[in-house]
Structure formats: C-alpha cells, structure tokens
Design a protein around this ligand. Structure first.
Ligand code: EPU
Length: 430
C-alpha cells in the first residue's frame, strides 16, 4: 500500500556543508509540523472526510499517516494535501509504529473521545530528555477515564467521559501535546471542560481552530484557560495548517549567521516575536511584512542572555540554532533551557568545530570565538541537527553532518531551500 509520497524517510545520508557563503534571497516556509501532527490525529474524531492542506513532506508526518492508516483510516496524500476518512477505526496503535515518533501519543485523546478507549505504547525516553506523559494521563483521569500502564502500553478506558476542570501545569510548566490531547478528548465529552494552565502555542490554537471547523465548541485557545463545551458529534472540514514558525526562525538564523539578507515568506510574523527580538538584540535588522520577515546585518554580532519559556516566550525549539549563532558573538552569551534542561546534544558537536561552550545544564555559557572550522559531526535530534547545519554555513571548510534522518523528521527539503538562496550543501547517499 503505497499511498504516501515521502522522498526521504529514514535515510542514512550525509550532508556536506561548504561553509563561508553569504545567503541572499527568499525562502518559502512550509506548513507547521507541530500543528499538522495533532491535526491529522484529530481527524480520528469524525467519520466524515477531512481535507488537511499545507501538510509538510516529512518523515514524522509519514509515521503519523501510517499510524492513522493502521487504525483503520482511509488516507490519501497528494503533494501537501492529506485527505482522511476515519469511518471505522480500531483503538490500538502498534508499538513498531508508535515507537518511531513521540507525537504518536496524540492519538490517545481522539480515540478516547470517540471510542471511549485507546491503547498506545508508552513513548520511551528521547535524547532531549525524559519526556513523560503523566500530565496527559492525569488529564484523562480528570475527565473520568481509568488509566493503566502495562507491558509498555498505556490503556485508557472511560465508559463515560464528563467535562471537568483539568490542570496542565507540571514541573517544567505547561504541556503542548498534553493540552492538545485533553482538548481532543473533551470535544465529545458530556458537559464543559476547563483546561487551566493550558499551553498557549500557536499550534494549540491551530488545533482548536481545526476542531471548531469540525463543529467543536472551544474558546480561549491561545490563553492559559481553554473552555471546551462537549458536542454530540463532529462533521468534516477543509483546513489549512499554519506556517512552521520554527522552520522560519531557523532560516532567519541561517541568513543572520552568514551575514546575508534573507527573507522568509508564507509566515506569520506575530508567531515569531520572541525570535525576532533576540535577533535584533544580537545585531540584526529585522523587517516584517504582512506574511514575510527579512533579516540583514546591523553592525556586528552581539552576545545575548536567552531563556527558553513556553509561548509567548523564546521557544526551546530555537535554542540550539541560537547557540550556533552566538558561538561567534564576541563576549559571553548565556542560554538556559527551562523546558528541556538536558537539550544540549549540539554543544559537544559544536565544540568539535571550535566553539567554546561550558555546559552546566540547564545552562550553556558560550564564549564568542572568531572562527569555526568544518568537521565531521553527528546529528542527534532534530533541532540539534539544524544547529550543526547552521554552524557549517559559517565554518571554514566542509562540515559533514551525519545521521541526517533527524533533520528530515522536521525540515522539508532544507538543503534545497538553503541552496536556492546561495548555500553550497550536498546530500551524499549512504
Ligand atoms: N512534561 C511532563 N509531563 C508531561 C508532559 C510534558 O513533565 O506529561 C514536561 C516535558 O518533559 C518538558 C515540558 O513538560 O519538560 C514541556 O513538554 P511538552 O509536553 O510541552 O512537549 P511536547 O508537547 O511533547 C511539543 C513539541 C516539541 C516542543 C515542545 C515544547 C510537538 C510534536 N512537539 O512537544 O517539539 O519542543 O512541545 O515546546 O508538538 C521539535 O519540534 O523539535 C520538538 C521537540
């Protein structure tokens, strides 16, 4: 059954970055991975046809579509449009599929909401930290579900789901996919659910908008309190996901790092304020249009103090890329990741290229250092890989980024997009 076009699944390709080229031009930003993943899962909530547009061609998306297909959905994909019809569905997602991607946990909410039961493998640890799902499970329990973890699986069962007050706050703040899961479980519950300490990310708002397009009654998405009034059933919808703010931020840093002038278009500048502000402070001019942002140099690179926070704070998903930028800023930069305190796999690899970074997790102390030199480096997770590619753009010589499949999980054709604005990046088949 070959219904998906995915050009780059788990490839062992390498990327060779020939450093030292100034980027100039315009990059079109793809649809958001982190919006598309829960929105695709949300299609499980209705028997009717959902047309979802702007879905990026990424391996994580492929895994989600394969999981939906294994749950009984009819899935068609043509270019960036995915059509899903979840007429008859199963409620058990197989381990071999689920283990490949942590975001598969967001099928739990819609399965519980529609079928009142779900069984999914518990996601394991991941290189960016422990990543438990206790807050998701606590939320399901508040809605009346019984939760059991056995044999590596999590089973949720609720003969009846009732609206309730659910709090999403945990040790590291709120949870994005946890908020998504509770919203999805609550849309078909009896009565009203109030989600407190909800994640305010644009991707949560996008999911709420999709659910409302299906006929759900959700208000307050984008604030820390979301209200979901249960409805009896949902219809289909034709919906376009928002642009990927992290891809846009990464491309702006690519322009900044090479001292070039790069415009990202098909973006929502209002979603990127917390990235624009530190780029300005680091010595760049940022011009925003209605759907575009342009970065260009403005004097010299300056060091920064940055803390990651839930939206509208500076995103953890941009921490590694900013690290790659600041390794050349004269003086000391300090970056603290409050959301994923162990998310610093890029640091040792950047050090192999000549960066001076002292790590006392959750904080990296960066001493700005004139030049980086190309080296073989190992990608370890999605954003760390992007940081290595960015470091390669500014290094002398060639940087060989291994385990490129991490990049392909979250950046649609990143090498082609960067080459189109003047980079020299080669993908070498393994
Ligand atoms: N946490 C808990 N318990 C839970 C859930 C989360 O303690 O039940 C903790 C996490 O361990 C972490 C913090 O809470 O310390 C925030 O995690 P969150 O649940 O918000 O992360 P997520 O929803 O699993 C999404 C994105 C991540 C992004 C984070 C934070 C998707 C598919 N993933 O993950 O994206 O870093 O929110 O913004 O939306 C990426 O794209 O590279 C990526 C990792």
């Amino acid at each position: 059954m070959n219904m998906f076009r995915v050009s780059r699944l788990v490839s062992m390709d390498k990327i060779l970055v020939h450093g030292g080229r100034k980027l100039n031009g315009t990059v079109r930003i793809s649809g958001s991975k982190n919006s598309a993943l829960p929105i695709l899962a949300a299609a499980l909530l209705t028997r009717e046809r959902c047309v979802i547009r702007g879905v990026p061609d990424l391996s994580d998306i492929h895994y989600m579509l394969t999981i939906l297909s294994s749950l009984g959905c009819e899935v068609e994909r043509a270019s960036g449009t995915v059509i899903i019809k979840a007429d008859k569905i199963r409620t058990e997602a197989p381990y071999e599929l689920v283990r490949k991607m942590r975001a598969s946990v967001c099928v739990l909410g819609p399965l519980l909401g529609r079928e009142h039961e779900a069984c999914v493998s518990l996601p394991g640890g991941c290189v960016i930290g422990d990543r438990p799902i206790d807050l998701h499970l606590r939320g399901f329990e508040a809605l009346g579900a019984a939760v059991r973890v056995t044999g590596g699986n999590v089973k949720v069962l609720a003969p009846r789901l009732s609206g309730a007050k659910v709090n999403m706050g945990g040790k590291y703040g709120t949870t994005v996919l946890g908020t998504d899961n509770i919203m999805m479980a609550a849309v078909l519950a009896e009565g009203t659910t109030i989600i407190e300490d909800a994640a305010e990310e644009p991707e949560v708002v996008d999911l709420a908008n999709f659910l409302n397009a299906l006929g759900a009654k959700i208000t307050g998405a984008g604030t820390c309190q979301i209200t979901v009034e249960g409805v009896k059933e949902l219809s289909g919808a034709d919906y376009t996901v928002i642009p990927d703010r992290i891809e846009a931020g990464t491309m702006l840093v690519a322009g900044a790092i090479t001292g070039g002038r790069v415009t990202v278009n098909h973006v929502r500048p209002d979603h990127l304020e917390s990235v624009i502000e530190p780029l300005r402070a680091a010595g760049f001019t940022i011009e925003t249009g209605e759907r575009s942002i342009t970065v260009s140099p403005n004097g010299g690179l300056r060091p920064l103090h940055l803390d990651t926070r839930p939206y509208p704070g500076f995103p953890t998903d941009m921490q590694a890329q900013m690290c790659a930028l600041l390794v050349r800023a004269p003086g000391e930069s300090v970056i603290t990741d409050h959301i994923f305190p162990q998310r610093f796999m890029h640091v040792a690899e950047l050090a192999r290229m000549g960066a001076q970074i002292r790590l006392e997790a959750p904080t990296a102390f960066i001493t700005g250092n004139g030049a980086l030199s190309g080296a073989p480096v190992m990608a370890s997770d999605l954003r760390a890989s992007a940081a290595l590619l960015l470091a390669g753009l500014q290094a002398d010589g060639i940087t060989e980024v291994n385990r490129v499949y991490h990049i392909d999980r979250g950046y649609e054709h990143i090498d082609d997009k960067l080459n189109d604005v003047g980079a020299h990046i080669e993908r070498v088949k393994a």
